[in-house]
Design a protein around this ligand. Structure first.
Ligand code: COA
Ligand code: MG
Length: 290
């Protein structure tokens, strides 16, 4: 799977920001047709994105397009315009049911078949950010093979349940953990909420580390200043990688000796800790550190 430590949004009608995004070395560039674009600019956004995808070199960054949500009245036109650019991935916000996931995937498949592309070559990421979406996470996460990640939107979720957003984010902890759990059960990536105060790098770093600690594989971002701190937070440190490699090695040796649990540096290691160490190595690999 493509590394998705940071997924940077920019309004799809803003060519200057799309261009800037291609220079930042960010894992994912998400050109927005949804809430970052004024109602009066939706048509413009479709055209600007199509032009940008055709003309710009995105390097290793994944080219994602976020369409408007079901029921907005824009979604069909957005989807048609988005797939026609041959993007790497379509992002669907405010998903609430498995049927919605499947209907988008089927539309993409029709496009792939008619364009003689391999089925499944356009990936799909979905936003789950409403009370109903969180309740239906299980069926959403299992809905379709094309799906690679679930994105959690804290501001929309708080609005949907009537919660007040705080710095500590206790009001969204249940939903964040639910997303991580549904993703882990289905081998999907989980992408954490936006930190909207883009001048506060320290606060961003802490929240990104907390998200990584909860099990998220990446985080949504909205400003170039957020790329480095977030990608760092989701990349295991050299010490963490070295320790994980020692755990894997020592585990293999203890298994050969017929011991399930053993001590390393005064700490108990058994199977779940091995799995954790393997997760660290997987993340390191995805981030190009191994
Ligand atoms: N992607 C790419 N480039 C961006 C960017 C983004 N999300 N946000 C800012 N930049 C660029 C600016 O264009 C500017 O570049 P320039 O110096 O070449 O003109 C530079 O980074 C510095 O920007 P700055 O002046 O600090 O911010 P701003 O006032 O121009 O924009 C926001 C602030 C919040 C409007 C802007 O960051 C933004 O549009 N973010 C994304 C919003 C969005 O998509 N929301 C929906 C999803 S949650
Ligand atoms: Mg949103």
């Amino acid at each position: 799977m493509h590394s998705r430590r940071a997924l940077l949004y920019m309004p799809g009608d803003d060519r200057r920001k799309i261009q800037k995004a291609t220079t930042l070395g960010v894992d994912c560039i998400c050109m927005d047709m949804e809430d970052g674009v004024a109602i009066t600019r939706k048509v413009e956004a479709r055209a600007v994105i199509a032009q940008a995808v055709k003309e710009l070199d995105f390097g290793k960054s994944e080219r994602c397009i976020r369409i408007n949500s079901f029921g907005s009245g824009f979604e069909k036109f957005d989807l048609a315009a988005a797939v026609a650019t041959n993007p790497d991935a379509i992002v669907v916000p405010k998903v609430e049911t498995a049927a919605q996931v499947r209907s988008i995937s089927e539309y993409i498949e029709l496009y792939e078949v008619s364009s003689k592309m391999e089925t499944g070559s356009i990936r799909m990421l979905v936003g789950v950010e409403t009370a109903k979406g969180i309740l239906n996470l299980r069926e959403i996460a299992e809905a379709d093979k094309r799906l690679e990640a679930i994105i959690f939107g804290a501001e929309d979720f708080a609005a949907s349940v009537g919660a007040t957003r705080t710095r500590q984010a206790a009001e969204v902890l249940y939903a964040r953990s639910a997303v991580v759990t549904a993703c882990a059960a289905n081998e999907l990536q989980a992408i954490d909420m936006v930190y909207i105060d883009f001048h506060d790098t320290e606060g961003l770093r802490l929240e990104a580390q907390q998200g990584a600690g909860l099990g998220f594989s990446g985080k949504q971002i909205i400003h170039p200043n957020q790329v480095v701190p977030v990608q760092e937070a989701f990349t295991p440190s050299a010490e963490a990688i070295a320790y994980a490699q020692r755990v894997v090695k020592a585990f293999a040796a203890s298994q050969r000796e017929g011991k399930g649990a053993f001590a390393l540096d005064g700490r108990m290691i058994d199977l779940p800790l091995l799995k954790n160490a393997q997760n660290v190595l997987d993340r390191a690999k995805a981030a190009g550190k191994l």
